[in-house]
Design a protein around this ligand. Structure first.
Ligand SMILES: Cc1cc2nc3c(=O)[nH]c(=O)nc-3n(C[C@H](O)[C@H](O)[C@H](O)COP(=O)(O)O)c2cc1C
Length: 354
């Protein structure tokens, strides 16, 4: 059943402008991306990349860069990970003191370097310790604390319904569920009945359904089949950052979905590059933008040879030269192969490094 889109969703006492959230994709959904995606409209809440709680309290440069924000980058949750209660509480207090709206605790990350220390999805295996930690975390701050987790460690250990109920009792304000187990990594497809079981397990807190939403129809199905209160979109937003606006138009106002044109997509890519460059400088912007080449390659249906130049991007002149060529090209037709999603450079097995 779809939620009542006319009444705003609240996470604790925080009213959200929409029920369509940006799920964190470490290294992609960073501040420059958020600053160009937000003005497209429809985005209710974004979350930072996962930040190591200890690095944050030690004020390490990388951690401070990850929590960097701007007034126009609201509403924003900062996602922390770690295993030491005192460190997580201190990190949450630091975030509260600098005006962060929401603290999100990562319990979904499958990556070896996070899991081996007992963080990320490994926390789902140690229910008692994790529940005690969540109690302490909620008690340490006044701002809402949320949790993002998977369905469980593997098919034999589906702990999300139990944990979500316990977290609600501990005062957690909302829970995001990526509908896969840790053992699945990113393979297979999202398990919507699994998300529904979590929705049914809690009494009142919003559950945010996440995984494999690429179109407005996928969003509609996620709401209808799980009863979730909001949705989180990660990879689908890289491919189509207009998806939040499209969901709002179609699901809230019953309007038709308007797809952005070729020129609009190119303009977005240029704004994204320029935003990255203004934050990180030309050299780092080029290196970071290379990762986006598959996604722009797919969304703009760029010929392979041109995409290859984007992968090898060296300087701003190269980028703008390529854009000038793209502007006079006729986009390739939507063939089934052009429709296939780019493979993400994510671990193929859950215990590999990013
Ligand atoms: C490259 C990459 C980085 C990710 N980084 C994070 C992260 O920092 N924190 C987190 O909770 N989830 C992270 N995720 C998981 C996503 O937030 C999301 O749960 C998952 O991709 C499924 O949603 P999607 O199909 O909409 O992308 C990451 C996923 C990918 C592919």
């Amino acid at each position: 059943m779809a939620p009542n889109f006319q009444s705003p969703l609240c996470i604790s006492n925080l009213a959200l402008p929409s029920r369509f959230f940006l799920a964190p994709l470490a290294g992609y959904t960073n501040l420059p991306f958020r600053l160009v995606a937000r003005p497209l409209g429809g985005l209710g809440l974004a979350t930072t990349d996962l930040v190591n709680a200890r690095s944050l309290i030690e004020k390490r440069r990388q951690a401070l860069e990850l929590i960097e924000t701007r007034p126009e980058d609201q509403l924003l949750a900062v996602q922390i990970f770690g295993t030491v209660k005192e460190e997580l509480c201190a990190a949450a207090q630091l975030l509260q003191s600098i005006g962060v709206s929401v603290v999100d605790l990562n319990m979904g990350c499958p990556v070896h370097k996070v899991v081996r220390g007992g963080g990320g999805s490994a926390m789902m295996r140690e229910a008692d310790k994790t529940i005690a930690l969540v109690h302490a975390l909620v008690g340490s701050v006044k701002i809402p604390v949320t949790v993002k987790m998977r369905l469980g460690w593997d098919d034999d250990n589906i702990s999300a319904p139990f944990l979500a109920r316990e977290f609600e009792r501990a005062g957690v304000a909302a829970v995001t569920i990526h509908g896969r187990t840790r053992a699945q990594g990113f393979s297979g497809s999202v398990n919507r009945p699994g998300i529904r079981a979590v929705v049914e397990a809690v009494e009142r807190i919003p559950i945010i359904g996440n995984g494999d939403i690429r179109t407005v129809e996928d969003a509609r199905t996620m709401f209808a089949e799980t009863g979730c209160a909001a949705i989180g979109i990660g990879r689908g937003a890289l491919l189509n950052p207009w998806i939040f606006r499209q969901c709002e138009a179609a699901l809230v106002r019953g309007e038709p979905v308007v797809m952005p044109g070729y020129a609009e997509r190119i303009n977005f890519m240029v704004s994204h590059y320029e935003m990255l460059q203004s934050f990180r400088g030309e050299r780092v912007a080029c290196i970071q933008f290379r990762k986006m080449s598959r996604w722009y390659g797919r969304s703009l249906r760029i010929p392979k040879a041109t995409q290859h130049r984007l992968v090898m991007l060296k300087d701003a002149a190269g980028f703008h030269g390529l854009v000038a060529e793209l502007r006079i090209m006729t986009p390739r037709p939507e063939t089934p192969s052009a429709r296939s999603e780019p493979a993400f450079p994510i671990p193929s097995k859950p215990n590999e490094h990013w």
